[in-house]
Design a protein around this ligand. Structure first.
Ligand code: ZN
Length: 506
């Protein structure tokens, strides 16, 4: 006779796998919307997606599921939280409780405000009109406070919101690590600005035919271990990666014929996300042991391949001959060192999504500090543009000439995403910490990369991170692998080591 607990767990897993079928169908519709959907098909597509979203929500909040999970929570199957069964029960219970704690009226209001918010934001940004966006943002902040209060928290409201994206992480930890990072990075960025050295970026602004960009990007993605028989690369406006099944991972990019890095590094970044998804246990698709840990860990994979590998000198030692063949006119007579310097251009700039890897985190820290102040009522929405400018002057030494390139530049707040920004910096921090460990474990990666041997890093990541799904929380996982908790030092060391010779800093 089957153990009744096991029988109940089987029922839960079957329920979750069925939900995953609906979710992946919804994601396929969304992927299509962002790649191939004809312009006039949007309205019906929105109906399709909303219908599926309703069904999925019903399944997630199905009271039977709550009963089953409550019964198993104290069973021997849940005893080891890192086992397959223990992880499944813990994570599904957590998700169920979260979804059922929020009153339906609040969920509906948040969804409505996010749709309306994004429409208003697009116009406000276009017209450089913060006043038009301010009332929506005020309402958003108020609803996010209600949401945090409904979910509950120990220390601060921000914790409750952060938990959506970075489960088990605490605001206080991130605050401490990002403040230390800020104190290291601000003077480094200032020294670079004062160095008088500028990267020869004009090399990258020559003509790079799109077909050759696609071919080289695909080659690089395959080299780092993105499996094309289980994936695709397509074109979109805002690059993303999505997985529509255990063997169907789609990455996207955009090409700019007059700016090589735009397409190429987006491909490497998204391929890094894709390699993670492809490394998750496929037989656990739709169940917690087959899901990614957190946005920060996901971003650590993309940033590692994009920056620590893709912007390294040894990477280009390997790929530059192929790049010269792909772009014989643009790269005619260009030495490797000049090209390497050009792809590592560091300069304080106003726009987060265009920022280099050294200044990027300062953009995040500014947003992280401001959104805490908004939630805690230490800053009013009307004072936000002024506070934004002050922080840009203080941390980056520049000030936006107007709100469109300042406080209005990101979609996140208009879409109700608060507590999301720090996951980008967590990605960079984890990437540096993990990369340092991989380099030590694998006996030095530079010589191997120069020969085009990248798969050993992918295998290391699969073994240490991908294979575990959600068995360990992000911080726990990183500490298990590196022996240390989240730390800013590996990232500042990495940036200093790389940028000191390039900018001839003392
Ligand atoms: Zn990413």
């Amino acid at each position: 006779m089957t153990d009744p607990h096991q029988a109940m767990l089987d029922k839960i897993c079957a329920h979750a796998r069925e939900t995953a079928i609906l979710e992946s169908a919804q994601q396929l519709l969304e992927w299509d919307e962002r790649t191939y959907l004809p312009p006039e098909a949007g309205e019906y597509r929105a109906e399709q997606v909303a219908y599926l979203a309703g069904l999925i929500h019903q399944r997630h909040t199905d009271p039977r599921l709550g009963d089953w999970l409550a019964e198993l929570a104290e069973s021997p199957l849940a005893a080891d939280p890192h086992s397959e069964a223990g992880c499944t029960i813990r994570q599904m219970r957590r998700e169920y409780e979260k979804k059922t704690k929020l009153p339906e009226s609040l969920v509906k209001e948040l969804t409505r405000l996010s749709v309306r918010g994004q429409q208003v934001w697009v116009l406000a940004r276009k017209n450089n009109d913060f006043a038009a966006f301010a009332p929506i943002l005020t309402q958003t902040v108020s609803l996010k406070r209600q949401e945090a209060d409904a979910l509950g928290y120990e220390d601060c409201r921000y914790d409750a919101l952060l938990d959506f994206y970075e489960p088990d992480e605490k605001t206080a930890t991130i605050r401490r690590v990002l403040a230390a990072l800020r104190d290291d990075l601000a003077p480094l960025v200032q020294a670079i600005a004062d160095s008088g050295r500028t990267a020869p970026v004009s090399i990258l602004e020559r003509i790079y035919p799109v077909a050759a960009q696609e071919a080289l990007g695909k080659e690089a993605a395959a080299r780092i271990g993105f499996e094309f028989p289980r994936g695709r690369l397509d074109v979109t406006h805002h690059p993303f990666c999505t997985s529509l099944g255990p063997h169907d991972t789609r990455i996207t990019t955009r090409y700019d014929e007059r700016f090589f890095p735009s397409g190429f590094f987006s491909i490497l970044h998204e391929a890094g996300h894709g390699v993670y998804d492809q490394g998750l246990p496929s037989e656990q698709f739709g169940l917690p042991p087959g899901r990614y840990v957190s946005l920060g860990i996901h971003e650590s994979q993309s940033r590692m391949w994009e920056n620590m590998v893709g912007r390294s000198r040894v990477f280009w030692e390997f790929l530059f001959p192929a790049a010269k063949q792909a772009f014989p006119d643009a790269l005619d007579g260009v030495p490797l060192d000049q090209f390497y310097f050009a792809v590592n251009d560091v300069r304080p700039s106003l726009i987060r999504v265009e920022a280099d890897e050294a200044t990027y985190n300062l953009h995040i820290i500014i947003r992280f500090e401001l959104e805490q102040d908004l939630l805690d009522d230490n800053l009013s929405v009307s004072d936000l543009p002024g506070a934004w400018s002050d922080k840009y002057r203080q941390y980056l030494g520049i000030e936006p000439p107007h709100d469109a390139d300042g406080v209005l530049q990101d979609v996140h707040w208009s879409a109700g995403l608060m507590g999301y920004f720090p996951t980008y910096s967590l990605g960079n921090l984890y990437a540096a910490q993990l990369f340092r460990q991989a380099d030590a474990d694998l006996g030095g990666l530079e010589k191997k990369f120069a020969r085009g041997e990248f798969l050993l890093l992918r295998e290391w990541l699969r073994d240490k991170i991908h294979a575990h799904g959600q068995r360990y929380a992000a911080g726990e996982l990183v500490e298990r692998i590196t022996g240390k908790p989240l730390d800013h030092k590996p990232l500042t060391d990495y940036l200093r080591d790389k940028l000191t010779p390039l900018y001839e800093l003392a």
